[in-house]
Design a protein around this ligand. Structure first.
Ligand SMILES: O=P(O)(O)O[C@H]1[C@H](O)[C@@H](OP(=O)(O)O)[C@H](OP(=O)(O)O)[C@@H](OP(=O)(O)O)[C@H]1O
Ligand SMILES: Nc1ncnc2c1ncn2[C@@H]1O[C@H](COP(=O)(O)OP(=O)(O)O)[C@@H](O)[C@H]1O
Ligand SMILES: [Mg+2]
Ligand SMILES: [Mg+2]
Length: 369
């Protein structure tokens, strides 16, 4: 393509943006955000040249950690999004949110009260923008007690199986009180000790397995003590993106036998298991352990949790009690999990974003542009 035509395309793209990519001129610091957005604009220009009749449908502002940008915003996702008319724009945290955009959707996963307040204020001033997801709904799953409450309340049981949560106890302070509290609550050893609050830090994922009651006083509250459920060393990561569900298998902690429990004492910190590197999808597993939870059960669970939690983007860590076919436990819920490892996430995510805006336009036709 000749230079003159290229410039004409560039002008067209910038005009079409209607100031959407104004970040470029306005950025106070010529930092990462600016570079990132310049890259996105030039990629979009390229796609315009290649595909001809290109129509931008929506702008997604994102506020994510650099780790999440790397795992989620992969070139394949950005490329596919571009072809479908979706533009991802990095939000500059050093500038007022209302001065940026305009956005159709704000996608975010940042912790901290300040960010929460910014988003809440923005949501009130810009009801036309979809904030994915509402900060208070996310906050609810950043606490390991409240995250499982909705699963317990749901008490899901049908012909496909039963879904519950392991019995658990919250310890807010005084580690010396733990052994007695555990006896009073009637919890059975071994117990998994988990930091009460999940805040994205490595520390909030430092979990321990406690084999005896007395050693429990060595733990550091605030924490959740959860009964360990033998599940054959395999966990199901159930990814949810709006109405879509995808399940993968991951390796998990091995079963603890009665003999092991009798012969062991103490509290043992264990490393992060069940991460992306621990995929068990291609492993040669006992079919009774590997069989995925029944689809209708997952659909019901996901639908109910989406409604009760008020979230579109989350995952459920689920295990099957070893020796049973249909007894499941939810042990963890994560907001905006590692979608980069969800098969086909590029198509699923982009379709989801388009669907969101379409359904909003149907509900409020006045907003149609
Ligand atoms: O709490 P658990 O059950 O471990 O789930 C984690 C968190 O969702 C992580 O997200 P975050 O770091 O935002 O909390 C995510 O990392 P990324 O999305 O950043 O990669 C991990 O993805 P995998 O490493 O793919 O499993 C996922 O396994
Ligand atoms: N109640 C439990 N019974 C058996 N294994 C568990 C239980 N809770 C956690 N685990 C194991 O510990 C891992 C991490 O626990 P999880 O609650 O998912 O914390 P995180 O948020 O750090 O992923 C799980 O992937 C699973 O292998
Ligand atoms: Mg987990
Ligand atoms: Mg988690």
């Amino acid at each position: 393509m000749r230079l003159k035509e290229e410039n004409a395309y560039k002008n067209e793209v910038e005009k079409e943006n209607g100031g959407r990519v104004r970040l470029k001129e306005e950025c106070r610091c010529k930092g990462e955000v600016e570079k990132e957005n310049e890259r996105v604009t030039s990629q979009r220009l390229y796609s315009t040249m290649v595909s001809g009749a290109y129509q931008q449908k929506l702008v997604v502002g994102y506020a994510l950690t650099s780790k999440k940008v790397k795992s989620f915003l992969q070139p394949k996702l950005e490329g596919l999004a571009r072809n479908k008319g979706i533009l991802f724009v990095a939000i500059d945290l050093h500038r007022p949110l209302s001065d940026q955009g305009p956005f159709d959707i704000v996608l975010h996963k940042l912790t901290g009260k300040e960010w929460r307040l910014i988003l809440e204020d923005y949501g009130q001033r810009h009801p036309e923008v979809t904030v994915l997801d509402p900060p208070d709904a996310i906050q609810h799953v950043y606490n390991r007690q409240s995250m499982l409450q909705d699963v317990a309340d749901l008490n899901l049981s049908d012909c496909y199986g039963k879904v519950g949560v392991p019995r658990q106890l919250v310890i807010k302070n005084d580690p010396l009180s733990i052994p007695d509290a555990v006896t009073r609550a009637g919890l059975t050893l071994p117990l998994v000790a988990k930091p009460l609050v999940v805040d994205g830090s490595a520390k909030s994922h430092e979990l321990s397995l406690a084999y005896d009651q007395l050693s429990l006083s060595m733990l550091e509250p605030p924490l959740v003590l959860q009964e360990f459920v033998n599940h054959g060393g395999v966990l199901f990561k159930v990814f949810i993106v709006g109405e879509t569900i995808k399940v993968v298998r991951r390796f998990s902690l091995p079963d603890v036998s009665k003999r092991e429990l009798l012969n062991n004492a103490g509290v043992f910190q264990f490393p992060r298991v069940s991460t992306a590197a621990a995929s068990a999808d291609d492993a040669d597993l006992d079919p009774g352990i590997a069989e995925l939870p029944p689809r209708p059960l997952l659909e019901k669970l996901a639908r109910e949790l989406r409604r009760r939690l008020g979230l579109h983007l989350f995952n459920i860590d689920m295990i099957r009690e070893h020796g049973t076919r249909d007894r499941f436990y939810v042990i963890d819920i994560n907001y905006f999990p590692g979608y980069g490892k969800m098969p086909g996430y590029e198509h699923i995510f982009t379709d989801f974003l388009l669907g969101l805006v379409q359904s909003k336009q149907k509900r409020c036709p006045a907003n149609n542009s």
